[in-house]
Design a protein. Structure first.
Length: 132
């Protein structure tokens, strides 16, 4: 996720800008061996500063995704648990229990957020133009 893009705040895990490696399996998340691993941190990609969020593994129980969701920030949800709700709603889709479905859901929410911010900005610009 490229840093410094207008209307876009990259998703982060735990602490923005830190380098984090997290395996949440245990008492709060049911996982088959070797578990689910998340990583987050700053990087450089083709000369641009970026934030990287990675997931390796799959969820044994999608309803437990709420635990992971609670540790992510800037996910552009409108309410607590929206990612989990969307993943459960589409649990029969390919990749719904792994990073493919998780990141597709996050991207969809980020696109919605960008659209709403840009549309609100254009609405405000039209209103200002009509007052002139």
């Amino acid at each position: 996720m490229k840093e410094g893009v207008k209307y876009f705040n990259p998703v982060y895990l735990f602490d923005e800008g830190s380098t984090v490696s997290w395996i949440p399996c245990g008492r709060k998340l049911t996982c088959s061996y070797p578990g689910i691993k998340f990583a987050y941190g700053p990087d450089s990609y083709f000369g641009h500063e970026v934030s990287v969020l990675e997931m390796d593994g799959q969820f044994d129980r999608l309803d437990e995704l709420i635990y992971v969701e609670s540790h992510l920030s800037n996910i552009s949800t409108k309410f607590y648990g929206e990612i989990t709700q969307q993943m459960l709603k589409h649990s029969d889709f390919p990749g719904s229990n792994n990073g493919t479905g998780l990141f597709q859901t996050i991207v969809g929410l980020k696109i919605r957020d960008l659209f709403e911010q840009i549309a609100a900005g254009k609405g405000a610009a039209s209103l200002e133009a009509s007052k002139a």
